[in-house]
Design a protein around this ligand. Structure first.
Ligand code: PXP
Length: 251
């Protein structure tokens, strides 16, 4: 069964709008877990625009499922992560001006630094995932630098306005999964996934974890976090079952 990682950064975005104590992303993580989240994800950005160091420390003590920390490879953040020791880190590119992560990490260009950073994480017993575009050279480089997982960037699929462009994006992701599997990497996916577009990803890709944030937290504003997460879990299991049944009827 595909695991659902719920990113609670946007709860912290509301808190930081007033630089106050509410709403607390740590409380959101508890409710997301009650709703069935398998993984809690937060991104500790260098500019601390939403998640704060205190959040990550509290989550480390509280999350009993899996804590996934999204982060850049900035020295300060790497030091914090190796100190707090989340279960998993997902390394992403980070630009100050972006509203969310844009594009995958350029593993090919940062190979040398990544070898050292990933060794630090591996020595600390932390699983390492690299958020990358479904490109063959990036996937091979992810293997070379010692990552356990890749997270395939589903943004091109999510943003596609035309069917032909969307189908091409799905084919590219499927090819990425094939190459990564051959390389012996574990495979996750995420970015831009919603209640409306997650079905095709569940049915088309063999992945372990889906990481979803904005869509779940947006729905949570109206229905509550527990319910919003439970509805996404329900969708993922329904699409997984449909895929399984379709596979059995083909056989
Ligand atoms: N995966 C990664 C690596 C991300 O950076 C993000 C955004 O924080 C997500 C998944 C979730 O994306 P979204 O908020 O669009 O669901």
């Amino acid at each position: 069964m595909i695991q659902l990682g719920v990113n609670v950064d946007h709860v912290a975005t509301i808190r930081q709008a007033r630089r106050t104590f509410e709403p607390d992303p740590v409380a959101a993580a508890s409710l997301a877990t009650l709703g069935g989240a398998d993984i809690i994800t937060v991104h500790l950005r260098e500019d601390r625009r939403h998640i704060q160091d205190r959040d990550v420390r509290l989550l480390k003590g509280m999350v009993f499922t899996k804590l996934n920390l999204e982060m850049s490879i900035a020295q300060e953040i790497v030091d914090i992560a190796t100190d707090i020791k989340p279960d998993q880190v997902t390394l992403v590119p980070e630009k100050r001006q972006e509203v969310t992560t844009e594009g995958g990490l350029d593993v090919v260009s940062y190979k040398k630094i990544l070898v050292d950073v990933i060794k630090r994480f591996r020595d600390a017993g932390i699983a390492v995932s690299l958020f990358i575009d479904p490109e063959e050279d990036q996937i091979s480089a992810a293997k070379d630098v010692g990552a356990h997982y890749i997270e395939l960037h589903t943004g091109n699929y999510a943003l596609a306005k035309e069917d032909a462009v969307r189908s091409k994006a799905v084919e590219k992701l499927q090819e990425g999964v094939r190459i990564a599997r051959q390389a012996g990497l574990r495979i996750n996916a995420g970015h831009g996934l919603t209640y409306h577009n997650v079905g095709c990803i569940v049915k088309s890709l063999e992945v372990e974890e889906l990481h979803i944030g904005h869509s779940i937290i947006s729905r949570a504003v109206f229905v509550g976090i527990e319910k919003a997460v439970a509805e996404m879990k329900e969708l993922i299991s329904r699409y997984s079952l449909e895929k399984q049944l379709a596979g059995e009827s083909v056989r």
